[in-house]
Design a binder for this molecule. Structure first.
Ligand code: SF4
Ligand code: SF4
Length: 216
């Protein structure tokens, strides 16, 4: 019948209007931003941040300045300068670190490719969106101090991904520890064998000398 859709629309609008005042979960309730805000969903992503472990944001950065993300970033908004020296990573292996790591978030398109290509669980997508700034250029160019956020932050904003990331790093650490232990065991065994051989030689030398005298 002509006008049925219109009536249905009015009924729905009225239902939502009344529902808003009765605070029903089923109705759309306006969130009074910025005083109120909805928690970000697990899949929310805005701009990347650099993950660090431990208490020192710079010493604990997972990034080893391999520059893969810099090369793969489609709009080329990552700028990295590799350090000249090295620092120990979470596996106590010496690695380079980024002397400079900048992201121009006025150019970043939040594609997450940098996160996908990073082999070190070092860069992740943040949910922070309140980044408006009066300085259009410098204010939106984030340096490594501004980009560094601890692993607790990652666990808070993306609990499922962070758990997977923690598990991957724990597996890598276990593998590295097993390799170190196997190497140490092999070295200990080789040393013990060399010492035993030296002892045998030392014990055999006087006998050989005595044998020589008898023959004379
Ligand atoms: S999210 Fe995409 S555009 Fe932004 S820094 Fe990463 S790779 Fe570049
Ligand atoms: S964030 Fe990851 S991919 Fe980018 S330079 Fe650091 S370790 Fe390499």
């Amino acid at each position: 019948m002509l006008g049925t859709g219109l009536v249905k629309g009015f009924v729905e609008t009225a239902r939502n209007f009344v529902g808003t005042y009765t605070d029903s979960e089923a109705r759309l309730v306006t969130v009074e931003y910025p005083e109120e805000r909805l928690p970000a969903k697990e899949a929310t992503r805005q701009f990347p941040f650099l993950v660090y472990d431990g208490a020192d944001a710079q010493a604990g950065l997972r990034c080893v300045a391999c520059q893969i993300c810099e090369k793969e970033c489609p709009p080329q908004c990552i700028y990295i300068v590799k350090s000249k020296d090295k620092k120990p990573d979470y596996k106590k292996q010496l690695q380079f670190y980024p002397a400079t790591f900048d992201i121009d978030i006025s150019v970043c398109m939040s594609c997450q490719i940098c996160v996908e290509v990073c082999p070190f669980e070092a860069i992740k997508m943040d949910t922070e969106f309140e980044l408006s700034n009066a300085d259009r250029y410098g204010g939106l160019l984030l340096n490594k101090q501004q980009l560094a956020k601890d692993n607790e932050h990652y666990r808070r904003i993306h609990p499922k991904d962070a758990a997977d990331s923690d598990a991957a790093l724990a597996a890598e650490l276990a593998k590295a520890e097993a390799k170190t232990k196997a190497k140490a065991d092999a070295e200990t065994k080789a040393k013990a064998e060399a010492e035993a051989e030296a002892r045998v030689k030392a014990a055999g030398a006087p006998l050989a000398a005595e044998g020589g005298k008898t023959a004379a």
